[in-house]
Design a protein. Structure first.
Length: 217
């Protein structure tokens, strides 16, 4: 937790309206939908819009390597508040997506060590509203349950610019999120596979436990 405020929770990889409503009831602060076709949780923008239609929380759309105009259009269709970039987008494209000012932009980094974090902050710190740290996995961009080394990253928290939110993801579950909050002091914790019974199907009790335990960190 930073700035004297409680950590916020994003529940990502939602594929059903029922789960989105349950995530909101559990106390989540953000709902995440994945617009990456190769993901097991991947939706098209129209499907994602239906998933979150009966909710009132800010929505994060996860995209990868889309041209700026396509990313912006997808977020408009869904009715999102945040665009999370999970590909190899160069800083110029990140800035182009953020520049219109209609959406916050979070840039995800796949972290293998402290170098990845420092390099990511150097490249994107001036063109994004948030940096998300996810675990590196050879078979996917995210939602794989892969973690990063908290030992290497917890000392880098002070290197985040004050204007850039720190979103912690990768391998978080109800049983470890309190420790992650205490050690990493993120603004937001992001969970997908850690609250699922199978890919894309959320477990209501796990979502409730995750939100509750995040608040206790």
């Amino acid at each position: 937790m930073t700035g004297g405020s409680e950590v916020e929770v994003k529940i990502c990889g939602l594929t059903r309206g029922e789960d989105a409503r349950l995530a909101q009831a559990a106390g989540a602060d953000y709902l995440g939908v994945v617009l990456v076709p190769e993901s097991p949780r991947g939706l098209d923008p129209e499907e994602a819009r239906e998933v979150v239609r009966e909710t009132s929380l800010p929505v994060v759309v996860v995209v990868a390597n889309l041209p700026p105009e396509a990313a912006l259009r997808a977020a408009e269709i869904v009715g999102a508040s945040v665009i999370q970039l999970h590909g190899e987008e160069p800083p110029a494209e990140v800035g182009a997506i953020r520049r219109p000012g209609a959406f916050q932009v979070w840039k995800a980094l796949r972290v293998r060590g402290s170098f990845d974090v420092r390099e990511g902050l150097r490249r994107y710190g001036n063109v994004t509203d948030g940096v998300l740290l996810d675990g590196w996995h050879p078979e996917g961009r995210g939602g794989m349950g892969a973690s990063f080394s908290w030992d290497e990253v917890e000392g880098l928290r002070r290197e985040f610019p004050p204007s850039v939110s720190f979103i912690a993801a990768g391998g978080l579950r109800p049983d470890n999120v309190a420790e992650a909050v205490a050690r990493l002091q993120p603004h937001v914790v992001d969970v997908s596979s850690g609250v699922e019974s199978r890919p894309g199907l959320k477990d209501p009790a796990a979502m409730e436990a995750f939100v509750r335990n995040a608040a206790s960190g």
